[in-house]
Design a protein around this ligand. Structure first.
Ligand code: ADE
Length: 230
């Protein structure tokens, strides 16, 4: 069973359009879509925004639905200047930029007995790179930082860039990274840029959420095609 996860309805809808949904299961105040993509058994869900919702959905996907991998698709705010609206990025690692125990001498993002960065799956990232070459689509890779805040300030964005060496920002990947690391499940995360996370980002996000979601969804479907046999 492979899980496909998003945060928002707008991110999941373009994926659902491309697959054959067999059953919808309501569980824990959410909907889980069981589907087949060629010979792949899929379970799909959007978590709702934020790290707590993302952690809950990721845990349910693994523990209740038996997901052996989680593939995330959605949008993100750009940190790196070379990322433009609609560009794609895959995470090498995810982190939680809003974790702050620095008063106790820990580095930003660190929780005792856990860690700052959660590595994404190298094999899945290789498949993404192969697809990007095949289809001649620009694909960046980098650290993606998450927090329960929509970032719309140059100052905050620069702090996250400098502190975590992050290339993009969103609100779920750090939580899914933590859950998948804890439970030993490979995690892949793809995001298409919806805004530049500085002043005016809210307006751009509203304008580009659907289009950037479609860009990410389309690439994810191409990856599934590659996984079922190239
Ligand atoms: N997701 C998309 N854009 C974002 C931003 N600027 N901050 C947090 N999450 C986002």
């Amino acid at each position: 069973m492979i899980a496909i996860m998003c945060a928002m309805r707008e991110e999941l809808e373009p994926i659902l359009k491309e697959i054959e949904v067999k059953e919808v299961i309501e569980y824990a105040r959410n909907k889980y879509y069981l589907a087949k993509f060629n010979n792949l058994d899929l379970v799909l869900a959007y978590s709702k925004i934020g790290k707590v919702n993302a952690a809950t959905t990721a845990s349910v996907l693994i523990e209740k639905f038996g997901a052996k991998k989680i593939l995330f698709s959605g949008v993100a705010g750009a940190i790196d200047a070379d990322l433009k609206i609609g560009d794609l990025i895959i995470a090498t690692k995810t982190t939680q930029h809003d974790v702050d125990l620095t008063v106790f001498g820990y580095e930003p993002g660190f929780i005792p007995e856990s860690k700052v960065f959660f590595e994404c799956d190298e094999n899945l990232n290789q498949i993404a790179k192969k697809v990007s070459k095949k289809l001649n689509i620009k694909l960046k890779e980098g650290i993606i930082a998450s927090g329960d805040q929509f970032i719309h300030s140059k100052e905050k964005k620069e702090w996250i860039a400098k502190t975590f060496n992050a290339s993009a920002i969103e609100m779920e990947g750090g939580a899914v990274g933590c859950v998948t690391w804890t439970l030993g499940v490979p995690f892949f995360m793809l995001r298409s840029i919806s805004d530049t996370a500085q002043e005016g980002a809210g307006v751009d996000f509203d304008e580009f959420l659907e289009e950037s979601s479609r860009v990410s969804a389309k690439f994810l479907i191409a990856m599934l095609d590659e996984m079922v046999g190239g």
